[in-house]
Design a protein around this ligand. Sequence first.
Ligand SMILES: Nc1ncnc2c1ncn2[C@@H]1O[C@H](COP(=O)(O)OP(=O)(O)OP(=O)(O)O)[C@@H](O)[C@H]1O
Ligand SMILES: [Mg+2]
Length: 401
Amino acid sequence: MPEAKTAQNFQIIPLPAETSEPHLLNHEALSVSQITLSNFRSYKNTRLHVQAAPVVLTGPNGSGKTNLLEAISLMVPGRGLRRSPLADLQNRAASEPWAISIELRTEAGPLRIGTGKDNAINDSEGERRLVYIDGKPVRSQTMLADHIAMAWITPDMDRLLAEGASLRRKFLDRLAYSFDPAHGMRVLTYEKAMRERLRLLREGTLDAAWLAALENEMAQSATAIAATRKHLVRRLRTGISEGGDAFPKAKIEVRGTAEDMLETIPALPVEDALRCAFAASRDQDAQHGNCSTGAHRSDLRVVHAAKDCPAELCSTGEQKALMIALMLAYVRLLSDQRHMIPLFLLDDIAAHLDTFRREALFDEVLSIGAQAWFTGTSAKMFSSIAHQAQFCDTCSALIQL
Ligand SMILES: Nc1ncnc2c1ncn2[C@@H]1O[C@H](COP(=O)(O)OP(=O)(O)OP(=O)(O)O)[C@@H](O)[C@H]1O
Ligand SMILES: [Mg+2]
């Protein structure tokens, strides 16, 4: 097996003396104070201390910048910003299990969160990781959502506006979890019932009562899912309208069978209509091996408002700018709704923006007051925030444990 990269080390360049930290952040802002990584991706045993101000992580390609953001992103429920299988997180040269420990400053005081490989289960057995809050194991990682709010923008997200509905729908659902943790459970319930119904239809098990029960479950969860998505989109529209002019305004809407019906009729008749639609499409679904209607077909439609142009027809740069505007709106919304300014991870963002947009983005992020984590191959791109951010070079002096 090839030797994995050795642990990366960080040198914190302190904030300039004239910058006093308390002015930088709103008291509600969450911030990381320390991260310890063990056998995680390219890191063996490494620690990083940071102040509450925004962080700029610099270093050459492959030096571990995204790995570090990924570690932070695992402090909220889910699979982190790369959405990698848990097995990929294990340092390839280490036999000890991977673990991450993060200390946070929160309004309620310091908080320590740990997560890592569950040695009791094989990698092939699933995607469960252990989670500790203040040293105590918790039953479900969903409990992390009670303590932490987080948003991220990654280079991968550029594809979202150009590609098919499924990526955008999943993206919207992920955003919705932060506001309504039950949304995730409803999506799982819906998908499970849908898979089970398809299995019965494929096998030709025409047990009408069983099918009707599954379709009932699908209709109820699809209606609730659609209502949450619509509610979030309405609130995001407000967030978008509050943004500055540097980024294009997006017109957004969520379209789908249940979402469209909810425009004109209340939830109960929508459930009835879905139940009827599922029952009526049994033959067709059995033939095609898929479910022709439902919550898994909805799409988040995004239009560049000034150009009145669907996002998928916009240039790559315009799509990126629309996505940034959308995420800034989401972060503003999270701050309002959760009364907690989220951590904001912006991976490799500066490289793809012109100077005007880059500086506008820095201004917006600083005005929100979030502890933002920027990554980039050069500190030069961040020179305009040299006095407000702390710079960590992945190739400099070490905190090796
Ligand atoms: N499980 C693993 N074990 C060991 N090394 C890994 C593992 N997963 C990824 N790596 C390595 O981590 C290194 C750093 O990756 P990372 O994506 O963090 O770099 P980066 O600094 O963000 O680079 P870029 O500027 O290109 O985005 C890569 O060389 C990769 O091969
Ligand atoms: Mg990277």
